[in-house]
Write a protein that binds this ligand. Structure first.
Ligand code: ATP
Length: 442
């Protein structure tokens, strides 16, 4: 049975993955907070991505730039003039909506009235003031994308990183958009995170590199546990693409509320570097040692939202088993939730469960916890029956449970139970770290 948003949101709240932001004050639309388990999942996604794009490659370097930038950046990039969605007002109920997503088309989604104003552009950048004066001279914006900092820093990176074309710069960071209608949980936020790469190429190479990144993106989807049939590749039509882009393909995931953009790949030509060169009057060119030519590199941009990725990973992992799993020690006849997260992404890698709270079992279990904690996020749970404890761990996606029982005191072995297969193996305590390392692969 496919998971509904209602069930997922409820699990996230119940188990401390994700809560609405500013909750005691009735929330703040378009913001969510990642709780103790959510932050682990999100960090694991970011770490896994960074490992694949920066650590394991020779041709990409990392960057962590400031969120606040000189407002001239946003003039040069075209965001001041053009980063807008069409806004309409309902004359009857005064609600405001994004004109291109009205459901039903031409009518107010709130009251149904068709008495709407003409659409007008609404700039989605959040404005703020730098320094003690609140005037236009001190006004700047919270960045609406991480990409521009990479372009702005291109000359510094070129001068210091000793890279030759093709090479890329990767960045993970917050972006802010004053979306007209935030919603659908983590899908459309006003504060979110992006993982972006600007990959610089010689103009003649763009098609080959574009195809390579499209493949990389699909490999990444697989690493996140998302099978190809759960998403579609959608090529943007000529009239839909941003004016500077020569080709755009989105990976659209089958969310419960429809097939929507998760990951975008765009060929941005030399638009951004040229714009910044013109506006800043600085040199954004690259000198090719072989041809002895100076060129402005072209750019391929794979860009993904971390929060949308978290949402897709959770939707994909969510499995509900009606009537419970047959071999649990207690049959509750209740539906059981198993979060089949890829092991690399699971917030908690191992849970240690002593069969009894009493000594000397508890001390033995704590000793094991101390050792495992030097490598992984570990949970310790000694409350309620063992079946119930397994279910608690299944629900948050913990790949392995280590049960310490009375026999452990005699034979020096513990039981390692697998989340997905529910198989149980007796492992000698001195072999436990090696055994779990092999199983977890990390
Ligand atoms: P959409 O059409 O859904 O508004 P977009 O085309 O404007 O998205 P991009 O500018 O291409 O999005 O941003 C790159 C990525 O950042 C998107 O693929 C998405 O994963 C993420 N993203 C964009 N806007 C939001 C948002 N409001 N909340 C969460 N993630 C977002």
């Amino acid at each position: 049975m496919p998971v509904t948003m209602e069930k997922l949101v409820s699990l996230c709240k119940r188990r401390g993955f994700i809560f609405p932001g500013s909750e005691p004050y009735s929330g703040l639309a378009g913001t969510y907070d990642y709780g103790p388990l959510g932050v682990e999942l999100k960090n694991n996604i970011k770490r896994a991505w960074w490992k694949r794009v920066v650590q394991q490659r020779d041709d990409i370097v990392g960057l962590d730039a400031a969120i606040l930038m000189n407002p001239k950046v946003w003039e040069a990039s075209g965001h001041v003039a053009g980063f807008a969605d069409p806004l309409v007002d309902c004359r009857k109920c005064k609600a405001r909506h994004r004109a291109d997503t009205l459901e039903p088309p031409g009518a107010c989604p709130q009251c149904g009235s068709e008495d709407l104003t003409d659409a007008r552009p609404f700039n989605m950048m959040f404005r703020t003031f730098v320094g003690p004066m609140e005037d236009t001279a001190s006004q700047t914006y919270l960045r609406p994308e991480t990409a521009q900092a990479i372009f702005v820093d291109f000359p510094s990176i070129l001068a210091t990183a000793r890279k030759k074309l093709p090479f890329g710069v990767a960045q993970i960071g917050k972006a802010f958009r004053n979306e007209i209608t935030p919603g659908q949980f983590l899908f459309r936020l006003r504060e979110f995170e992006q993982m972006e790469i600007e990959y610089f190429v010689k103009p003649a190479d763009w098609e080959r590199v574009f195809a390579e990144w499209l493949q990389f993106m699909q490999d990444w989807m697989a690493a996140c546990g998302i099978a190809p049939e759960r998403y579609a590749l959608r090529e943007h039509a000529d009239d839909e693409r941003a004016f500077y882009s020569k080709r755009t393909i989105d990976i659209e995931y089958h969310f419960p509320f429809g097939q929507k953009e998760l990951y975008g790949l765009a060929y941005r030509t030399d638009y951004d570097l040229t714009q910044h060169a013109q506006h800043s009057k600085q040199d954004f060119s690259y000198f090719d040692e072989v041809t002895k030519e100076r060129i402005v590199p072209h750019v391929i941009e794979p860009s993904v939202g971390v929060d949308r990725m978290v949402l897709a990973v959770l939707l994909e992992a969510y499995h509900e088993i009606e009537g419970g799993r047959s071999t649990t020690t207690e049959s509750t006849k209740e539906a059981e939730v198993v979060l089949k997260l890829p092991k690399e992404l699971a917030p908690i890698k191992v849970a240690v469960l002593p069969l009894s709270k009493k000594e000397p079992l508890a001390a033995k279990a704590q000793e094991i916890v101390r050792e495992l904690r030097t490598r992984w996020m570990v949970a310790y749970d000694d409350v309620a029956s063992i079946g119930r404890r397994y279910r608690r761990q299944d629900e948050i996606g913990t790949p392995y449970c280590v049960t310490v029982d009375f026999a452990s005191l005699e034979d020096g072995k513990v039981t390692v139970r697998d989340r997905d297969t529910m198989t149980q193996d007796r492992i000698a305590i001195p072999d436990l770290v090696g055994h779990l390392s092999d199983l977890l692969g990390c």
